[in-house]
Design a protein around this ligand. Sequence first.
Ligand code: MN
Length: 449
Amino acid sequence: MMELNATHDAMRRSWLASANAPGTDFPIQNLPLGMFTLGTDATSMPPRPGVAIGAHVVDLCGLDDAGLLSGDAARAVRAVLPNDCGLNMMMALGNGVASALRAQLSDLLREGGPQGLRERAQTLLHAQADVHMHLPCRIDNYTDFLTSHAHTARHGRFKGLADPVPPVFHSLPVAYHGRASSIRVSGTGVRRPNGQWKAADGSIVFGAVEAMDFELELAAVIGSGTALAEPIALDQAADHIFGYVLLNDWSAKSVQWWEQMLGPFLGKSFMSSISPWIVTAEALAPFARPAPARRPEAPPLLPYLESHQDQAFGGMNITLESWLSTAKMRTAGKGPTRLVSTPLSNLSWTFGQMLAHHTSNGCNLCTGDLLGSGTVSGESEDERACLTEITSAGREPLRLPDGDERYWLKDGDEVTLKARAGSPGRIPIGFGACAGEVLPALPYPLPKG
Ligand code: MN
């Protein structure tokens, strides 16, 4: 378990008023890292590293240029290569270096701390409304797990399986290798894919996919990488997790169900969205909780997936939400409606177990790799974390406040994921938003001639 320090102190406040506003995702206890450019033009300058505080972003290179960082904190910022578009080189230095940066940032931003940043706030602080966020790191590999029992059981029942949750679910964290090239940052529209599926009348068709879904997930971002053929023990897993982001695993469910013999392929790979701010593992330390209880039907854990530390502190007190805004709602001036609210404790496996299992055969993890949790669904109706579960695979409509219905996402629908971590006596911290609007499919195959 990561030890708590002065940066976690619930009494610590910032001289920046917006960081102390109740309900902010980015109080001084959070300090998530991301890559930004100034202005709405993403190509105006090379993306630079920043830290979110209240409604602002601190320019880390500017902070270093002003001589306000020292030691490992300065090393962390200087490691970010210009034009490399990501925090990878900083993350590769390991969580100890990130911790040094966090300590100095917290000090510069706290009430009663050194004045250097406050005196230069005009040039070093930017309103979040004035910046464009980029992917926080280069992601070479993306693995998506399947760790919610409720999600697995509902899908098994929709498929008419006699045993909706296969025995392997209880023995190991199941996963598939996803597609890293099509991961985009929040705010990027998702193009409705074309694909092949089996229609209700049994015919095989190809076209714009109607069964378009979101999946509400959390994902771990790998910091320090691992060597090929070197398994990582469960109690060392945390050394390799830099932090976490929200993940929307957009899915073309009809395509997935038709093609899935070896696992998902085109039903998933058209695009996935992540939130721009990496909430560090250190920021989440106060929200550790026990790993989920084993289900009665589950066999005992094998030794490589069990440790005292992981059982006692491997979970996190995080609640995730999904919100929907349709084009019609926006035209009418209506705000988004919440579809899902679900605790991370609905997952049957911890991220430590996912990482230990992932490397148990010697497969190496690279800095920036993304490990998705799988859809964070629970038993109750509020906790159905994708439309497939909410509509019973397109059989029962979701009724929206304005009377509209949805079986699947329509063009113009915008899905926004959010999450907050909270524990008694602690200042809650949030993840920002992971948003994306469904754009109409492109004509394909293209007309001849
Ligand atoms: Mn998924």
